[in-house]
Structure formats: structure tokens, C-alpha cells
Design a protein around this ligand. Structure first.
Ligand SMILES: [Zn+2]
Length: 480
């Protein structure tokens, strides 16, 4: 595979490329789904191919093929150069800025104890059906739906600067979901072995079956839940919920290509423009947002990004102030940075790398604080777990989020289940109201597996960790 990458680089240089990288990726995905007491889907797919990206005449070209024949690899490399030369007719006068990066030779492998692809399908189905059985045993439940998803990506990446990288990553996750129905409506509740780059040991150590009955009971309880109050409440948000709020209101808003207006497909542009770098009050002084592509088990942790930049760790928000972005080698010059933060990834050998969210997390509080203590310290609030509905505007400012299950907090006690809870806020006001974060003991990296970006769309994954956090006086209710 390494030889094929080098062959592609030589072919591209011979045709006039001033820079080239070649990526051979072998990808496997297994998805096992059960509904009630039957298996409803088993998908197991593999793909293998090479993508060649070049700069020629100061413009980009890219071409890819699923054939690893030598002649075909040379043809694709030449096609990438031809495309670049054609693109150069309409390029920006200054051409492509390409930040310097020393050559890297390295390997990375997700540490796993048990390869998920070596676990028999029967074992996986057994766990899912057992969980479904427990859910269906709860009175009022109409449907149980559960799945496991596993990914393996083996990548060889080389460039004309001398980098030669090999990586192998594994992703594992499982979710069980209960649906309760009455005459008026339906409510769902889920529980998961949250997505991580890890082996099957993660699934095996998550009590999917043991928690199933509670999941069913909480779905039913939501049918009879108290209506969401309307007005201002203090919100205590569990990391399983806050992950999506961070993803939408911080993650996408700080992708440098989006900030610069180079990419607006799907998720729009950003209010956090570069004139605000170093002075925008994104949130309260206890808000520290750290990108970390070295995070153990992180969904975006793969050793190096597709620009051949090693995984890095940096603040984008420090003490509440916007101090940096997520960047790639092409765009980092726009903020005066000499080198990339290493956030450029492609979703397959057939896709060109684009700036993707890193693993982004909210740093835990520095004082000892548990979730129970945080709730005990909250007079009149709402506690939210899990991801639900969301919407956010094209500048990433006005948003609305719902969760998977919510409870009222009255005089320091977690009380009744509420239904149809949503909250609305403006990004900087919301993060500005952050007044407490639990300590590192409860810091957990939840994650997103289906982040869409680009045109044609690419799907990426990344982790968003936090400890439970409290936001004061946020508008809730008013929607159904
Ligand atoms: Zn996204």
C-alpha cells in the first residue's frame, strides 16, 4: 500500500504537481439492528480505494479510484493534476496557501482489547434482543429498537514532503430505544454505549440489558410527564445532552473555513468572525473549550489528520474568550498562524479532505463538585439528559434544543419527569450564563457519528466531552 502511495506521488510530480498526497483507505462498517423480537437489518460493508490530491499551477486537483492496479493509480494521479491545471484558469491570484509542516513518519492504532469484527453476530444479536425483551416487558411500551455499529478504518497516507503515515482506528457503539404510546402521543427514551474509538469491550461493559427496563419505564413516564413550564429556569445539563449543544453552537461556529465564508453548505456560516478573535466574550469566565485530537478513545483521534498534521490539543475558548479556531493547512494563514491545528479530514478515499470538527470538550470545573451536589444547589431548574431535537440559525447564534429525558429540580431535589422540554437562547448569552461545572470525575466524552458537511456531503465523527454543567435563567417551554 505504501508503494502505491509513492507511485501516485511520483506520477503526480512527473505531470507537474508542486504538492501531492495519496491516501489508500480500507474501510469496514457493520450495523446490526433489531426491532422488538426480530433482527431487522444486518449490514456489513467494505470499501478500498485510493484518493490523490495535488496542487498544480497554484490550484487544487483531486481524483480517486477503487482499483489499486498500478496503471489505474498512475492514471488517477495524472487526472488529479489535469483537474488542478484546469481549475487554475479560475483560481484566486495568490493561489493556494499551504502552511509548512515537517515530514512525519508515524503509525497510530486505536488501542482495543477485543476486535468488534471478531465477535460473532449471534452474540451481538443476543444482547440486543435481550434488551428489547426487557423494554417490551414494561406496560405501555409499543416498540423496542436497538442497534450496534462498528467501524474500522485502515489508512496509508503519504505526501511529497516526505510524510508516510499508517493508521488503524476502530469505533464501537450500541443504542437501545424504547417507544411508549398512548391515545394522544408517543414518547421515546434511549440508553447507549456511547460512541468511542474503542473495541467491543466497551459494549460488553455497558449494562444495556440491565438498564433496559428503566429505559422503558422512563419512556412511559414521559407520556404522563408534567408539561414543560414556560419561562426562565436554571438548566443542569448532563454531558450526554451538552455534547450536541456544544457541537452546534461552538464546534461548527469555529471551523475556520466556515468562519471565512469558504464553506456554507448544510450548516451555514458563523458569527464568530476573525475580527472577534481575542476579544469575543463567547461565554462566562469558567468556560474553557479545548480541542484535542489526541484524546484517548476520541472519535476524531487518528494520530494525524489528512493534511499529515499530527493530532494536537489547544484552546479555542479560554476563560470565556474566543482565542482560536479549528484549522487546516490551507486556511490557517488567515489568522496569521504559521501551522495548522490539524483538523482536516476526508470521510473516505473518494473524498477530498475538508475542515472537520476536532474532539471538542468543555474543561471540567476545578473545584470538587458532583452532579448530586449541583442539583442540591439548584432551587428551581430543569435537569436534561440525552440528545433530542435541535435547530440553529445559519450564523450559529439563535438556537433551540430539546433532550431525551428531563426532570424538574425543586429546592435542590430531582423531581418529576417533564415532557416536551425545549430551551431557546442566543449562543453567547447561553454560554455567558454558565455558572458551574462538575469536576473531572464526571467528565465524559459523548460523541457525534453523523456530522454532515460539504458539497457533495461528507459524514464525519467527533467526540464532545464535558462534565454536568449549569446554565442560569434560560428560556424554556413554549413549544410542543
Ligand atoms: Zn455537525
Amino acid at each position: 500500500m505504501k508503494d502505491l502511495c509513492l507511485l501516485a506521488l511520483d506520477a503526480a510530480k512527473a505531470k507537474g504537481a508542486t504538492y501531492a498526497d495519496a491516501r489508500v483507505v480500507q474501510f469496514r462498517r457493520q450495523y446490526v439492528v433489531t426491532e422488538d423480537q426480530r433482527v431487522s437489518a444486518i449490514q456489513d460493508s467494505e470499501s478500498l480505494g485510493i484518493g490523490v490530491r495535488v496542487i498544480a499551477d497554484g490550484a487544487w486537483g483531486f481524483a480517486a479510484t477503487a482499483s489499486l492496479e498500478k496503471g489505474e493509480v498512475e492514471r488517477v494521479a495524472a487526472l488529479a493534476v489535469e483537474t488542478a491545471k484546469a481549475s487554475a484558469l479560475a483560481k484566486a491570484p495568490e493561489g493556494v496557501h499551504w502552511a509548512q509542516e515537517p515530514p512525519h513518519e508515524g503509525t497510530f492504532r486505536t488501542p482495543i482489547e477485543k476486535n468488534p469484527f471478531e465477535v460473532p453476530l449471534e452474540d451481538k444479536i443476543q444482547v440486543l434482543l435481550s434488551a428489547n425483551k426487557e423494554i417490551l416487558a414494561v406496560k405501555g411500551i409499543k416498540k423496542a429498537h436497538s442497534y450496534m455499529l462498528f467501524k474500522q478504518e485502515h489508512r496509508y497516507l503519504a505526501n511529497t514532503e516526505g510524510s508516510m503515515i499508517e493508521s488503524e482506528t476502530f469505533t464501537s457503539t450500541a443504542t437501545i430505544r424504547a417507544t411508549a404510546v398512548d391515545e394522544e402521543t408517543a414518547k421515546t427514551r434511549y440508553f447507549e454505549a456511547h460512541p468511542l474509538n474503542i473495541g467491543y469491550e466497551h459494549i460488553a461493559s455497558t449494562p444495556l440489558v440491565a438498564e433496559a427496563r428503566r429505559v422503558g419505564e422512563e419512556a412511559v413516564a414521559q407520556l404522563k410527564g408534567k408539561p414543560c413550564p414556560v419561562g426562565k429556569k436554571d438548566l443542569v445539563l448532563h454531558p450526554s445532552h451538552l455534547a450536541l449543544t456544544m457541537h452546534e453552537s461552538i464546534g461548527h461556529a469555529t471551523e475556520l473555513d466556515r468562519v471565512l465564508g469558504m464553506e456554507e453548505s448544510l450548516a451555514g456560516s458563523s458569527f464568530a468572525t476573525i475580527d472577534k478573535l481575542g476579544n469575543l466574550k463567547y461565554g462566562s469566565p469558567i468556560m474553557n473549550i479545548i480541542c484535542d485530537n489526541t484524546l484517548p478513545q476520541g472519535l476524531a483521534t487518528s494520530g494525524y489528520d489528512d493534511d499529515c498534521v499530527p493530532g494536537r490539543k489547544w484552546h479555542i475558548i479560554r476563560d470565556g474568550i474566543l482565542v482560536d479556531y479549528q484549522s487546516g493547512r490551507e486556511v490557517c494563514h488567515a489568522i496569521g498562524a504559521k501551522s495548522s491545528r490539524g483538523s482536516c479530514r476526508a470521510d473516505s478515499w473518494a473524498s477530498i479532505p475538508i475542515i472537520r470538527q476536532s474532539n471538542i470538550g468543555l474543561a471540567p470545573g476545578t473545584e470538587p463538585l458532583t452532579l448530586e451536589e449541583m442539583i442540591a444547589d439548584t432551587k428551581d431548574g430543569i435537569y436534561i439528559e440525552g440528545m433530542g431535537s435541535f435547530s440553529i440559525d445559519q450564523k450559529r447564534q439563535n438556537f433551540q434544543f430539546g433532550g431525551d429525558c428531563s426532570w424538574e429540580i425543586k429546592d435542590g431535589k430531582k423531581g418529576a419527569i417533564l415532557k416536551d422540554v425545549t430551551y431557546q437562547a442566543i449562543t453567547t448569552e447561553f454560554w455567558g450564563s454558565l455558572d458551574a461545572i462538575c469536576d473531572e470525575q464526571s467528565w465524559t466524552p459523548y460523541g457525534i457519528l453523523g456530522c454532515g458537511k460539504g458539497d457533495p456531503m461528507q459524514i464525519a465523527q467527533m467526540s464532545h466531552g464535558s462534565a454536568p454543567a449549569r446554565f442560569r435563567q434560560i428560556n424554556v417551554g413554549g413549544t410542543k
